[in-house]
Design a protein around this ligand. Structure first.
Ligand code: CTP
Length: 369
């Protein structure tokens, strides 16, 4: 029996990134032997075990064969004689298809290290096309590693386009699509995820409303603007949806089976976007009313800040006019209830004091513009 570190941990180590989860592959063992050694079996379909002490995952080397369409059509074959290379061969990208033996030797049959050096996201084999989820995963790795200079290899992009043309992507269940979108919203460059999907044609399937250039550019800009200030999934999803009409946003969020908090915030945000777009002509008290309306929303921290960030993400021409909003936003959300409580305000009076203080700060910002 031999064990190897595989997948993300090997990749991240070579990239000099922190390693989060460590997954292992075991060759030369049967499920019975693993149980005898104290491992606990998890998942009925795959021969995967948890280490009794570290709780890390140990999977018996396996091969996969595609039988039907979509994500579900796989049969798994595992036996003590399945070689490590076979297990690596069924993986998506070369950078994910490397292993390291316990004595530190790198096993890299598909050139993963070379692709790390040349910053290429490249498929391991044509079997990539058997799993449409890999289109979304590749786009997500592009979103994560783009700041390090990575891009999808041309031949992989061609393969992904082919998969989209063949209709493979139609078979993905919304839950899996949502899971990848949700993860992508938290990668380094979420916009890159949607760019890759647009370039291979998958976006027309997943969020067709962003197909038009202007809407797409607005979504990418909004995602970039909220990136540093809003870490919650609903806020990021609302930024993605912000160029859409409230009806389109509602229908798309529901078809994607986004969680309720994401659906609600996307709906509320898109319904307020017309006011945000018209904000350049707003007076401070109108802005404050909008903030108050937005403050009704309690589930996402600083929703008012989100709206104003989205206002600032509007195209350059409008951005000029909205310049003062950026400082107004900072000033308005900077009002600390704690400080006003220290001055003795409580209950309804506290609410009024916050309101007054915000209005005053917003007016000051407006006047100094
Ligand atoms: N994998 C695959 N096709 C999929 C899902 C997973 O080929 N549809 C492979 C990849 O090679 C990946 C491994 O299974 O390296 C483990 O998948 P996962 O834990 O989801 O990904 P990680 O590479 O560990 O990435 P992350 O850093 O996002 O956890």
């Amino acid at each position: 029996m031999k064990t190897y570190l595989v997948g993300g941990a090997v990749r991240d180590e070579l990239l000099g990134l922190p390693v989060k989860d460590r997954d292992w592959v075991v060759t030369g063992a049967t499920p019975e032997e693993m149980l005898l050694r104290g491992f606990k079996q998890v998942g009925a379909d795959f021969p995967v075990f948890l280490h009794p002490d570290t709780r890390e995952e140990y999977a018996l080397a396996r091969t996969e064969r595609k039988q039907g369409r979509g994500y579900h059509g796989f049969t798994v074959y595992s036996a003590p004689d399945v070689p490590l290379e076979e297990d690596l061969k069924r993986r998506d990208l070369t950078i994910n298809a490397m292993a390291k033996s316990v004595d530190g030797e790198l096993i890299d049959p598909f050139g993963g290290r070379k692709d790390i050096q040349s910053r290429r996201l490249h498929h391991v084999s044509e079997a990539f096309a058997e799993d449409p989820l890999r289109i979304l995963r590749t786009a997500r790795f592009a979103a994560r590693l783009q700041p390090m200079g990575f891009a999808v290899a041309e031949s992989t992009m061609t393969l992904m386009k082919q998969m989209v043309d063949d209709g493979e992507i139609d078979d993905l269940v919304p839950e899996r699509v949502w899971q990848e979108i949700q993860r992508a919203l938290h990668e380094n460059e979420p916009g890159t995820f949607f760019e890759v999907l647009r370039d291979c044609g998958a976006l027309a399937n997943i969020i067709p409303e962003l197909g038009e250039d202007e809407a797409f550019a607005a979504a990418v800009r909004a995602l970039r603007c909220v990136h540093d200030s809003h870490g919650e999934t609903p806020a990021r999803f609302a930024a993605l949806m912000s160029p859409l009409s409230p009806t389109d946003a509602r229908n798309r969020a529901s078809r994607l089976k986004a969680p309720n908090d994401c659906q609600d915030l996307a709906r509320l945000t898109t319904s307020l976007m017309p006011q945000i777009r018209a904000m350049s002509s707003f007076q401070p008290d109108a802005l404050l009313r909008l903030l108050d309306e937005a403050d009704v929303w309690r589930r996402v921290d600083r929703f008012s800040g989100l709206l104003l960030t989205l206002g600032c993400a509007l195209p350059d021409t409008e951005h000029e006019k909205l310049g003062w909003l950026e400082s107004a936003q900072r000033a308005a959300i900077g009002v600390e209830a704690k400080e006003l409580m220290a001055q003795g305000f409580r209950g309804k009076e506290l609410g009024q004091a916050i309101h007054r203080e915000r209005l005053q700060r917003i007016s000051t910002c407006h006047k100094t513009q």
